[in-house]
Design a protein around this ligand. Sequence first.
Ligand code: MG
Length: 261
Amino acid sequence: MTIELLSPREWEPMRVAGRTAAGTLAWVGAQLVAGMTGRDIDALVRQDTARRGGTPSQLGFHGFPGAVCVSRNEVVCHGIPTERVVLRPGDIVNIDVTTQIGGYHGDCSMTFAIPGPAGPAQAEAARLIDATRRALAAGIAAVKLGGRLGDVGAAICGLAQAEGYGVVREYGGHGIGRSMHMDPHVSHVARAGAGPRLKPGMAFTIEPMLTLGSPATRLLPDGWTVVTADGRWSAQFEHTILLTEAGIEVLTEAPLSQTPR
Ligand code: MG
């Protein structure tokens, strides 16, 4: 595994890419309503990404057919944004936006709850979403210059397990820069003190996927959509972070501070 370090002159274009992706995610997220389809969401992402001068990194990546991943309810990640995915009241949906601009990529996602009847399932989903957001925050808080990458996954896993949630093992964060996916792989179930040492110039995503039931996953026959093996719901939040001599920067943070509905 070779971890490419971004030189200081690459940090500003990385910040721009992060802000751009986060802006699109916030703009799209604010418009989600019941009845909207995956294709509608895909169109919004394409429109807003183009308006900001970027291109959707996911489109055509290893043949992925959409500009965004739309992962609803039991879909863990990599949901294809088709017209067959229709948001219903009470659903939860992760929107994962990756934008290339100026040759650099920014990557972020959030899970939104579609307003619906208040019942035990919605309360349970709201708690899952809240725990996943806090798991991402715990992972980010564990990033320290001179620390180890495994500290991130250990913090996430510790929080999730203490609260009774599963943490998906098969998919994780990734290095990011001039490519959307680079080394290192960022496990969300790692051991503290293990893995590569954290250095200035590293940029990677942290994107925990928590589950109400077992964290075991299954790949659907479309070759992309990852679902929980037991069919219970899953939530995910993601930021792109950059390490500099001054510390850690969350490049996709600002618009994500808007409270999701
Ligand atoms: Mg992403």
